[in-house]
Design a protein around this ligand. Structure first.
Ligand code: HEC
Ligand code: HEC
Length: 223
C-alpha cells in the first residue's frame, strides 16, 4: 500500500537483488537511482516513507474548499464575511477553527445556527475546512471608530501576550486582528456572562466593563 502511494507521488522504491533499498525519483529531469547499503540509510529511507505517508494523510484543502460552499452565504466567498455578527474565518488558525467546529457540534459552545451545521460535518471535513480557511488571505483592517479604538488600545495590551503582538493569534488562541468589532464584542459579552466557556477568557472578560468591551473590540478590529 505504501509503495502504491509513493508511486502515485512519482517515487518508486525498489529492492535490488542484494536486498538493498533503492529510491528512483522519476520526477527529476534526469532520473536518479540512489542505492543505500548501510543500516543508517535504511533508517533514513523508513523516515522518508513515514514523511510521505504523513503528507498523504494531511488535510485536503481542495476537499475543504468544496465543503465550504455551504458556509459562504454567511462567512463570505473567501472567508471574509459582510455581516458584523458573522465572523470572518480567512487566515484564522486551523487548530482554533477545528476546535470551535468540534465545540459547536457537541454544544460545548452553544449556538443555534452553528450547532446543526457543525454536527453535519465529519472530523475529516472539519480538518479540511479549517485548513482551507486558514490558508486564505485574512480580512483587512476594519478601520472603524478611531476615537473608540484609541480608548481600547491601553486595555488591549493585556490581551496581546496570548493573542500575539499584532493580535494575529496562534494555535488554540484565535486571531482577532481585522475581525468585526460587533462580533468580538458579542463574544466578550458571552464570555463575561459565562454563556461561552473558556478558562482563559471568562475571568478576563469579567474584568472588562461594557464600555471597555466596545473600545477594545473597536481597537482589535482596526488592526
Ligand atoms: C446561516 C449563517 C451561517 C452559516 C451558513 C455558517 N455559519 Fe459559521 N457562524 C455563524 C455565526 C452567526 C457564528 C457566530 C456564533 C456566535 O456568535 O458564537 C458562526 C461562527 C463560526 C465559527 C467560529 C469562528 C470564531 O472565530 O470563533 C466557525 C469556525 C464557523 N462558524 C464555521 C462555519 C463553517 C465551516 C460553516 C459551513 C460548513 C459555517 N460556519 C456556516 C453563521 C453561519
Ligand atoms: C491567557 C491567554 C489569553 C488572554 C490574556 C486573552 N485571551 Fe482571548 N482567548 C484566549 C483563548 C485560548 C481563546 C479561545 C477560547 C476558546 O477556545 O473558545 C480566546 C478567545 C478570545 C475571543 C473569541 C474570538 C473568536 O473568534 O470567537 C475574543 C474576542 C478574545 N479572546 C478577546 C480577548 C481580549 C479582548 C483580551 C484582553 C482583554 C483577551 N482575549 C485576553 C486566550 C487569551
Amino acid at each position: 500500500m505504501i509503495l502504491g502511494l509513493l508511486s502515485e507521488l512519482g517515487v518508486t522504491i525498489m529492492k535490488s537483488p542484494e536486498g538493498q533499498l533503492c529510491r528512483q525519483d522519476c520526477t527529476a529531469s534526469q532520473p536518479r537511482v540512489i542505492t543505500m547499503n548501510t543500516n543508517y540509510s535504511k533508517i533514513k529511507c523508513i523516515v522518508m516513507l513515514v514523511l510521505f505517508v504523513g503528507s498523504v494523510n494531511a488535510a485536503d484543502i481542495n476537499a475543504g474548499k468544496s465543503r465550504a460552499a455551504a458556509c459562504q452565504g454567511c462567512h463570505g466567498v473567501a472567508g471574509v464575511s459582510s455581516s458584523p455578527l458573522w465572523p470572518s474565518l480567512a487566515g484564522q488558525s486551523a487548530t482554533y477553527l477545528e476546535s470551535q467546529l468540534n465545540k459547536f457540534s457537541t454544544g460545548q459552545r452553544a449556538n443555534e445556527v452553528m450547532k446543526p451545521i457543525a454536527a453535519g460535518l465529519s472530523d475529516v471535513d472539519m480538518q479540511n475546512i479549517a485548513a482551507y480557511y486558514a490558508g486564505l488571505p485574512p480580512a483587512k483592517s476594519r478601520g472603524g471608530d478611531f476615537n473608540l479604538a484609541q480608548q481600547g488600545k491601553d486595555k488591549a495590551a493585556m490581551c496581546l501576550g496570548c493573542h500575539g503582538n499584532n493580535a494575529q493569534g496562534m494555535g488554540m488562541v484565535p486571531k482577532l486582528a481585522g475581525q468585526h468589532p460587533q462580533y468580538l464584542a458579542k463574544q466578550l459579552t458571552d464570555f463575561k456572562k459565562g454563556a461561552r466557556k473558556s478558562p482563559q477568557m471568562n475571568a478576563m472578560a469579567q474584568s472588562l466593563s461594557e464600555e471597555d468591551i466596545k473600545a477594545v473590540a473597536a481597537y482589535l478590529g482596526s488592526l
